[in-house]
Design a binder for this molecule. Structure first.
Ligand code: ATP
Length: 438
């Protein structure tokens, strides 16, 4: 569905991200490196806000999930046990003519989609990056950059279980980098070779798996709604037998309607007892659980929710991007939910006289301990509003001549452009309520 209009939208978004400091190509002044991205001043704020919303929803607002931050480099045997060394591979084909490489599933027919040349037979290509630990570069020192954060959670199952005094059903949540040597990265930050995941692994009694997968499907969908993502742009896709990973009993993707089609943004999988059983077999450590109440011993089943930070961020940007004509002038506005907006408010003196900049600076100082704000005194007020609309700043606070008389300011809302007067003393409370609802 990559028609011209959707391609235009992606081009505009990529250009806005570069121009306004959201996302840059990695190592750009060296000509760039394919499929790695750097988050600039506004991008990193947006990313942190999204991660924080996820982290709070998992570990703060509930008492049955614990956090973890495991290392990226792990014992290489972990990846043998998990099945990644043997089968974390995509079938790929090469074009004999232009040398382009494709994932076999992307190619329809037997000709190269780029030049029409002849393609090779499909070969398995392992997606894990390898490096060496220590000074000697031999097979014995080889380690992998983790291709998912989940294994760090499984190998720490016992370490988390006892000090936290949790018992199944309970979960472990982690946010961290993952690396995959993707054959064909692309669509901006949608598929890159270095990315971040937000994963939560929920350990349960095997008898309750149907109940918990349904529960987590709903919870995860609600989370995207809570970020203000339009419901009609989200859907579930259930894996059929052909798509299902060999260890999974049931799997759903949450998909988003990107300009380049419906694509996965999160996986919700019933991984059964595969992971804990395999790690038990490989290490001899008993990862089963004895339930005192029911007097049952079982190896917990795992319901996994695995979301991409970068894909969530792209969803937020695409969903928020909006162009409209206001009083014969075009305006671009990112209608980001105030919770995740990189900057919460712009503070402006209407003119650079009559003490207005001084008062506006004081308001900036008043707000800064609570919110990320931006002070701007340059240019016409309309232009200043537009600049912040384009980066999703939900509120504008303007000091004008009435401020000098009654200690109120104009509070402008980004989406409706409505303006109301608010007392300076009440600004912090009013903004908190509008941003976080309390
Ligand atoms: P895809 O089919 O798109 O390659 P996947 O099924 O391999 O994805 P999972 O292994 O289920 O993905 O990973 C969980 C989540 O991690 C994905 O839903 C996605 O949000 C994110 N993710 C996976 N690979 C990438 C990547 N190369 N770049 C950015 N995010 C990724």
């Amino acid at each position: 569905m990559a028609n011209k209009k959707s391609q235009d939208l992606m081009d505009k978004l990529v250009s806005l991200c570069k121009r306004r400091g959201f996302i840059f190509q990695s190592s750009e002044i060296y000509g760039g490196i394919n499929s790695c991205w750097d988050y600039g001043p506004l991008g990193v704020e947006l990313k942190n806000n999204i991660k924080q919303c996820w982290w709070k929803s998992m570990t703060q607002f509930r008492d049955d999930i614990e956090g973890l931050d495991a290392s990226i480099l792990m014992h290489p045997q972990v990846w043998v046990t998990s099945g990644h060394v043997a089968s974390f591979a995509d079938p790929m084909v090469d074009c004999k003519n232009c040398k382009m490489r494709f994932r076999a599933e992307e190619v329809q027919g037997t000709k190269c989609p780029n030049c029409g040349g002849e393609l090779t037979e499909a070969r398995q290509f392992n997606l894990m990056f390898k490096t060496h630990m220590g000074p000697v570069e031999d097979d014995a020192s080889m380690v992998y950059l983790r291709p998912e954060t989940a294994q760090g959670i499984y190998v720490n199952f016992l370490n988390v279980l006892s000090p936290s005094r949790q018992k199944p059903p309970f979960g472990i949540a982690q946010i961290g980098k993952a690396f995959r040597n993707e054959i064909s990265p692309g669509n901006f930050i949608f598929r890159s070779r270095e990315f971040e995941q937000m994963e939560m692994q929920f350990f349960i009694n095997p008898k309750e798996d149907d109940k918990w997968i349904e529960y987590w499907k709903e919870e995860r969908m609600k989370w995207y709604h809570s970020l203000g993502i339009k419901k009609e742009n989200l859907r579930f896709h259930q894996h059929d037998k052909k798509e299902l990973a060999f260890y999974a009993k049931m799997a759903f993707d949450i998909e988003y309607n990107f300009p380049f089609g419906w694509k996965e943004i999160e996986g919700i999988h019933n991984r059964t007892d595969y992971d804990l059983s395999r790690h038990t077999q490989a290490t001899g450590k008993d990862l089963s659980y004895y339930d005192d109440l029911t007097r049952e011993r079982f190896i917990p089943y795992i319901i996994e929710t695995s979301a991409g930070v970068d894909r969530s961020l792209l969803v937020c940007l695409v969903d928020a991007y909006h162009e409209e004509v206001v009083k014969d002038e075009e305006r671009t506005v990112l209608k980001l939910d105030p919770k995740i907006a990189p900057i919460k408010a712009g503070v402006y003196p209407l003119v650079k006289r009559e003490n207005m900049p001084e008062i506006a600076k004081k308001i900036e100082d008043l707000l800064r301990p609570h919110f990320k704000v931006f002070y701007d005194e340059g240019g016409a007020i309309g232009r200043r509003y537009r600049r912040q609309d384009e980066v999703g700043t939900p509120f504008g606070i303007t000091v004008d001549s009435q401020t000098l008389q009654d200690q109120t300011v104009t509070l402008r809302e980004r989406d409706s452009m409505e303006q109301v007067r608010v007392k300076i003393d009440e600004l912090v409370g009013v903004l908190k309520k509008k941003i976080w609802g309390n």
